[in-house]
Design a protein around this ligand. Sequence first.
Ligand code: 0O2
Length: 221
Amino acid sequence: MDIYDSTEELKDYLKNHHEEIAKRYSAAIREVCVKLTALKEDFRVLKKRDCISTIQSRIKSDDSILKKLSRKKLPVNLASVYHELDDIAGIRVVCKFIDDIYTIAERLKTQGDFEIIQTKDYIKNPKPNGYRSYHMILSVPVTVENITEKVSVELQLRTVAMDFWASLEHDIKYKKDSCECNDIVDELKFCADTIAAADLHMMELRDKVSKKRLQYKQFTQ
Ligand code: 0O2
């Protein structure tokens, strides 16, 4: 594999081979999205409701790739891009309720379509700033132009409420070193904790309603 000694050289390489690189990661994203859509359908049949609100995907931009290599102090070459960065292909699944996240994660783990390289449970162990989500790195076999290889995909599973906080926090502060004021950090954490409590409450309400529905059904039969 070619080694690129300078950022400029790798930048040019990424730019000139954009289509070829994107093909590899888009194929992996497609595989995972097909699986997620199937899980969503299964869930709908079984539970008579949707567990997933939205599925979004992205391929990291060349600039973000270069920034990440530099942040992680990795050699600026194509080998680092392909083998060290696990989140060039990213999928964000926004679920309705917290337990939907664990149902999907468990299915992905047990159904064996993809190898699970890593999981990070920022729901049970939120980041100090209050960030919550369930992260998985999947290794996805893809065949492009008759060559089969394994491609990493980062999957972020979160509830609508967690997504609301993360999107706004991202705009307000995330990785913007200019504002490290403690009071803002504390207030963002306070919001994250409030939202997390509401998430749990909504799940309790859902269960209360389905219990009442069941009782009503039994009563009227
Ligand atoms: P983007 O543009 O969203 O893709 P690393 O993966 O090395 O950067 P780490 O801590 O090992 O760092 O990875 P982690 O914790 O799994 O987080 C990776 C991704 O989660 C980030 O991707 C964000 O999308 C999201 N994330 C993590 N922490 C926070 C947070 O505090 N606030 C928000 N809003 N999002 C967070 P990228 O590559 O940083 O950015």
